[in-house]
Ligand binder design. Structure first.
Ligand code: FAD
Length: 443
């Protein structure tokens, strides 16, 4: 069978503020020569790391290879904003008629939160967990009804939450930018790179991790002979293949007509000085998600840094160059000044990009793609919990080990077919323009 050429490969860069906080570590070797394995997991983010871990539990005698194009766990799994959430606002499921649909999505996301909580305890990973909930907020009077609708939905689901307004909201955040907030109890804030690093460092010995080993192409040999994958310095054949590359899925030729990547950028300040912290009233750490899908995600971390993420773009799915990041940083600075006018100067210490995987109907990928090849991903910007859950469960599915979680995940709808190019590109462009306009006061 003809080989599928992979058009986009991941690359290491040293821009991400979360990764910079980690102690340096030596990369594992790259793949060399001709290897044979029972299992290959392609992509070592949260999903691939969880899948490889579960395979080693189910198949203690098998050879399991985990291939990663850059340093493991340093793609989007380390670059995200660290909101581990069970309920989300911007899914369009806040009307009563969609209650059951929303409940299903909630149950799956909640199972994801629990999967991370279990993992963190089991592996003793310190990733700065803050179990104080999250805040959805708006700075626009007209958008308040979105929060009120969401509050109604949460009440029907009996999920603890609270509307925050006026002084209470301003003191909670140390900013008078927002006019309304909605706090939900379900929502954990964490340091994403520490979680990913903890998963890498605790990989079972049986899992052979090869780093800086981008797979450039792959082919199916036959049902009996399995798959063959090629990296710049080696190749591996395997009986079963699990693809966990998330936003790179389409470029790997997997579900390419159902998912597409978007690129996000974020900046993080140095820790605030005592005086700066005082000037904003020393609030407890918090995380704010915008009421608008293109609005800013903002965090005040435990170590008193502010994270600002307020751009979303269709971009070739590789990390942005320094010059591209510089122009995005201007937008982050504007967002910071809008919220904290008393914080003078450019406090940002780092600016980085990362990619997310999107489907048109907010559905996820969790499937046997073809005989012996499985894929999990496409978490639509909300994938910390789902990745850990789906990673574990795709390994179960591929092993014929059916679980209640698989049954739960399979109640989900499948990603719908996308229009062909160039209509897809035009459609995404128009949608981003519209969303950016609607969120112009929320960035
Ligand atoms: C800026 C930003 C903010 C976000 N904020 C949040 C948030 O607050 N909460 C939340 O839940 N989610 C958030 N997300 C989404 C979340 O980060 C992802 O859903 C999650 O990381 C998905 O994990 P994954 O393991 O499936 O994919 P990834 O972490 O992307 O891992 C896939 C891996 O595959 C590797 N790979 C790709 N192609 C190849 C190849 N050809 N050969 C070898 N290896 C390859 C990549 O290098 C990568 O390491 C955010 C994402 C971004 C970018």
């Amino acid at each position: 069978m003809a080989a599928k050429i992979i058009s986009t490969q991941p690359k290491n860069d040293n821009s991400c503020g979360w990764i910079k906080q980690l102690p340096p570590r030596r990369s594992r070797p790259s793949l060399s020569g001709e290897q044979h394995a029972d299992w290959v997991v392609l992509g070592a983010g949260y999903t691939g790391l969880a899948a490889a871990r579960q395979l080693s539990i189910l198949h203690p005698q098998s050879r399991i290879i985990l291939l990663e194009g850059q340093n493991a766990g340093e793609g989007s799994s380390a670059r995200n904003s660290g909101f581990l959430v069970d309920s989300i606002l911007n899914e369009g499921h806040y009307s009563a008629s969609n209650l059951e649909e929303y409940r299903k999505k909630y149950d799956i996301k909640h199972a994801g939160v629990e999967a991370v909580q279990r993992l963190v305890v089991e592996l003793d990973i310190d990733c700065d967990l803050e179990e104080n909930g999250k805040i959805h907020a708006t700075a626009v009077k007209d958008h308040e009804k979105k929060l009120l609708n969401f509050s109604k939905l949460l009440s029907e689901l009996e999920l603890k939450h609270k509307i925050l307004e006026g002084e209470e909201l301003h003191q909670r955040l140390g900013s008078s930018h927002y006019c309304m907030g909605l706090w939900t109890e379900g929502g954990i804030l964490l340091q994403p790179a520490k979680l990913a690093r903890g998963m890498v460092e605790n990989l079972p010995e049986q899992v052979e991790l090869y780093e800086n080993a981008p797979v450039l192409n792959w082919r199916k040999r036959s049902n009996a002979e399995g798959y063959q994958l090629y990296t710049p310095s080696g190749q591996v054949t395997c009986q079963k293949l699990i693809v966990t590359v998330n936003s790179f899925m389409a470029s790997c030729g997997v579900k390419s007509n159902r998912t597409f990547p978007l690129t996000l950028t974020a900046s993080m300040t140095r820790p605030l000085t005592e005086k700066e912290d005082e000037s904003i009233g020393r609030p407890a750490p918090w995380g704010v998600l915008s009421a608008q899908s293109m609005g800013a995600t903002v965090r005040l971390t435990k170590d008193r840094r502010i994270l600002m993420r307020n751009t979303v773009e269709a971009w070739p799915a590789i990390n942005m160059k320094f010059t591209d990041l510089k122009t995005r940083k201007v937008k982050h600075l504007e967002g910071l000044k809008r919220r904290f006018p008393r914080l003078a100067g450019d406090l940002f210490e780092s600016t980085w990009s990362g990619t997310i995987c999107i489907s048109a109907n907010n559905a996820n990928v969790f499937t046997e793609v073809e005989y012996g090849m499985y894929a999990a991903g496409c978490y639509n910007a909300s994938g910390i919990g789902l990745a850990v859950l789906f990673g574990t469960e795709i390994a179960n599915l591929a092993s014929g080990n059916m679980t209640d979680s698989i049954a739960l995940i399979q109640t989900n709808s499948k990603p719908m077919l996308l229009p062909p190019q160039p209509f897809l590109r035009w459609g995404i462009g128009l949608r981003l323009l519209r969303d950016r306009f609607l969120a112009r006061h929320e960035q």
